[in-house]
Each structure stands twice: as structure tokens, then as C-alpha cells.
Design a protein around this ligand. Structure first.
Ligand code: AMP
Length: 285
């Protein structure tokens, strides 16, 4: 496995592989790799001749006062992990490589409207513009046949799928189910921020989703009823502050009150200073 830090070098490697007719899978990440990321990479390994994993903490998708500076970084450990699942190239550019003129001086952005209005888009203005722009840059650099995204960031999957469809990008988006700890906590690089009491408190996210699943399985179809019981469960945890909790259509991300088709139940909860997200997709309605 090779670690590549420049666009020029990566393009050179990819050009050669593509000339030989090889397919390329891309896994975009911000690094500090865990089993969730590695699951995406394994799937990419299974389905493509070559695998590129990008590791880039993208300043453009962080808002003022968010954790861009303190976001965990460990390229050495990440490279070992990526190599262990058969990644061919880790692309780990510096900020100046991705934004030579400075990310504050960018002129061109990819803005996906509609599906970015609610959920994380509402509480993190500019976040999805940063995500769509950097993913679009990565797609242009790598020109992958397939790109892998985790359902953990369910809204991100919808946003990227919309972008690809609207702009006729020649890449297949492959969503990958959420990987969880044995006790239900969704794996996240930000779990590192949690102290031990907070780690315990963070279980309210997955527990409230389990409660929702139980209610749906017992035939409850009114979103209000489900949201109310979930909210109560989360509010019983003193270390948790609910940012948003929604039941929305899985494709349009528009609010659903009477559950008939596939829905997404998604939330953001602050546990102390750490903002965590989690969700489930319910298809059996
Ligand atoms: P990040 O490094 O947090 O930007 O995540 C990179 C990719 O890994 C994104 O597509 C995430 O959705 C995905 N990912 C992160 N955590 C998980 C998880 N627990 N299960 C599945 N995919 C994940």
C-alpha cells in the first residue's frame, strides 16, 4: 500500500491502472479509522480492482466553533489499518494541496438544495456545501467507478446521491450499513471525546432507535407517538441534550406523519460537548 499526498501523483497511479482496464473504488474519510471505515474499505476491496481511501479533514465542511482543529488525526495508525483491509492507495493530501488558493478563497462550490435544508443541514449551515464540494473534487481527481459512504451519515448519502444524479457524475454510490459497538453505540471518530459517564449516556441514541423499532414492529404508524416516546427516553438522560429528532421520507428527507413507506429516523444529540448522530431506516412499513 502506498501513501500519496499529491493530486498529481495519485492521478499518475490511477492513469496506469485505468489503462489496464482496472475498476476503481473510492472510500472518502476524515481518518482516525475505525471498524465502520474499514467495513466500507472491505466492501470496496470486494467490488473493485483498485481501492483508494482518502483521508482528509476537510476545513470547508466545519463551521465556526466546530472541532476542525481538535479533530483526531493519526495517519500512521490509519495507514496500517487501511493496509490491513487491502487498500491500494491512501490519499492523504494537506489542506494546501486540496485548496491551493486557501479554502477561504474558493470561488466554486457544489450546493445541493432541498435535502440539505433539515436535519444536520439546519444546525450546521454550510456543512453540506463543504461536503458536496470536497466529494466532487475527489470524484474529479480519482474518477472512481464506485464510491462508498456509510449510512451512519444518512443525510450525506442522500445529498451525494442527489449531486451525482443532478450533475450526471459517472460514479455509482454504494451505501453501507452502520457498524455499531456490541452495546449499540454507532462507531464514530468523535466517540474518542466521550468520558466514561458520557460513553454510557451516549447509549440513549441507539436505545431510542431500538424503542422506535419496537413501536414500529408493534404496528404504530403515527410519527408523533414514536417521536414523543423517543424524546422522553433521551430527556431522561441528564448528560444528553437533544438537537433534533425527525421521522422523514428516506429519499426526500421530508417530514412524514403517517408512516406508510420507507422512512429514516434520524437524530443529533449532544453528550456533554460531543455532538453525536445516529439513525435507522425502516423499510418494513
Ligand atoms: P468520516 O471519517 O466520519 O467522515 O466517515 C467516513 C465515512 O465512513 C462516511 O461515509 C461515514 O458515513 C462512514 N462511517 C463512519 N462511521 C461509520 C459507522 N459506524 N458505520 C458505517 N459507516 C461509517
Amino acid at each position: 500500500m502506498e501513501i500519496i499526498t499529491t493530486v498529481r501523483e495519485l492521478k499518475k497511479c490511477l492513469h496506469l491502472a485505468k489503462k489496464q482496464g482496472k475498476t476503481v473504488g473510492l472510500v472518502p474519510t476524515m481518518g482516525y479509522l475505525h471498524e465502520g471505515h474499514l467495513t466500507l474499505m472491505r466492501k470496496a476491496r470486494e467490488e473493485n480492482d483498485c481501492v483508494v481511501a482518502s483521508i482528509f479533514v476537510n476545513p470547508l465542511q466545519f463551521g465556526q466553533g466546530e472541532d476542525f482543529e481538535s479533530y483526531p488525526r493519526d495517519l500512521k495508525q490509519d495507514s496500517l489499518r487501511a493496509a490491513s483491509v487491502g487498500v491500494d492507495w491512501v490519499f492523504a493530501p494537506k489542506v494546501a494541496e486540496m485548496y491551493p488558493q486557501g479554502f477561504e478563497n474558493m470561488n466554486t462550490f457544489v450546493e445541493v438544495s432541498g435535502v440539505t435544508a433539515g436535519l444536520c443541514g439546519a444546525s450546521r449551515p454550510g456543512h453540506f456545501r463543504g461536503v458536496a464540494t470536497v466529494v466532487s473534487k475527489l470524484f474529479h481527481i480519482v474518477e472512481p467507478d464506485r464510491a462508498y459512504f456509510g449510512q451512519k451519515d444518512a443525510q450525506q448519502v442522500v445529498v451525494i446521491q442527489k449531486m451525482v444524479q443532478d450533475l450526471n457524475m459517472n460514479v455509482t454510490i454504494v451505501p453501507v450499513p452502520i457498524v455499531r459497538e456490541a452495546d449499540g453505540l454507532a462507531l464514530s471518530s468523535r466517540n474518542l471525546y466521550l468520558g466514561s459517564a458520557e460513553r454510557q449516556a451516549a447509549l440513549v441514541l441507539s436505545q431510542s432507535l431500538q424503542l422506535a423499532t419496537k413501536l414500529l414492529e408493534s404496528g404504530v404508524q403515527e410519527s408523533d407517538k414514536i417521536l414523543q416516546q423517543m424524546t422522553e427516553l433521551i430527556q431522561r438522560e441528564p448528560l444528553a441534550a437533544l438537537e433534533y429528532l425527525v421521522i422523514v421520507d428516506k429519499e426526500t428527507l421530508e417530514s412524514v406523519s403517517d408512516i406508510q413507506g420507507p422512512i429514516l429516523i434520524a437524530m443529533a444529540v449532544r453528550i456533554g460537548k460531543t455532538r453525536l448522530i445516529d439513525n435507522i431506516i425502516w423499510r418494513n412499513a
